[in-house]
Design a binder for this molecule. Structure first.
Ligand SMILES: Nc1ncnc2c1ncn2[C@@H]1O[C@H](COP(=O)(O)OP(=O)(O)O)[C@@H](O)[C@H]1O
Ligand SMILES: [Mg+2]
Length: 231
């Protein structure tokens, strides 16, 4: 599903060249779940952005499915993101003037979808039901708790039925109970629909629930041997 080879990313700043990723390799099979941990500033978001075709590598290749996404044009990358990926960020970027239901439907506005609008809306309602927001459909983002905002973002990430979900510190600002709920949700999706999951997190409990854990250190990924890796 994901095959990253010799991936490097260097940021050019006026004062220096900042080498963040150096010849990084990563293989994640379809249906696997992986956590990426590491200290702030080590390059986790940089890696996730490269996996999601939000940025381009300095060198190396990123294959998702049978597509080398490091060579896509801007337009192809946008289509790839819209059709194949669910992104969950720490800041959910919900549109403040839209309701919960409308926010979930935003990814359907771009792209050429064959599904009739009424069916899509029905599916959005079901997704929101599943994330426990069936009673919050017409709330505006400011009327939601942090956990509810995140669950809205999760439903939005799922509306296009992605095969791969990339989550960047999704539970960073949540209390333990909401963190568990979100972890349950993501893992249910993995189990029921075979969605591949890559989660960057500082949260040890969340990391432990993923199939494998990697530490990003000195520009490369190192597998962490943990109990769950043996389970
Ligand atoms: N667009 C950019 N230009 C220059 N430096 C950047 C840019 N984005 C990130 N960096 C730097 O690259 C390093 C890794 O950043 P990031 O991937 O966001 O780390 P993490 O997500 O692990 O906290 C940091 O030192 C950060 O300052
Ligand atoms: Mg980050």
């Amino acid at each position: 599903m994901i095959e990253v080879r010799q991936l490097s990313k260097t940021y050019e700043t006026p004062s220096e060249k900042l080498r963040v990723l150096t010849d990084l390799d990563l293989t994640v099979a379809a249906g696997e779940t992986a956590a990426i941990v590491g200290p702030s500033g080590c390059g986790k978001s940089t890696l996730l952005n490269l996996l999601g075709a939000l940025d381009r590598p300095t060198s190396g290749s990123v294959k998702i499915g049978d597509q080398d996404i490091s060579t896509l044009t801007e337009e192809q990358a946008a289509t790839f993101r819209n059709h194949s990926l669910g992104f969950i960020f720490q800041q959910q970027h919900l549109l403040p003037q839209l309701t919960v239901l409308e926010n979930v439907l935003v990814p359907r506005l771009a792209g050429d979808w064959q599904e009739p609008a009424a069916e899509t809306e029905q599916r959005a309602r079901q997704l929101l039901e599943k994330v426990g927001l069936g009673q919050r459909l017409s709330h505006l983002p400011w009327q939601l708790s942090g956990g509810e905002k995140l669950r809205t973002a999760v439903a939005r990430a799922l509306i296009n039925r992605p095969k791969l979900i990339l989550a960047d510190e999704p539970t960073g600002s949540l209390d333990p109970a909401s963190t568990d709920t979100v972890a349950d949700l993501l893992l249910d999706l993995n189990r029921d629909q075979g969605v591949t999951l890559i989660v960057v997190t500082h949260n040890a409990d969340l990391a432990r629930r993923m199939g494998k854990t990697f530490e990003l250190r000195a520009g490369k990924l190192h597998p962490l041997i943990t109990d769950h890796n043996r389970a």
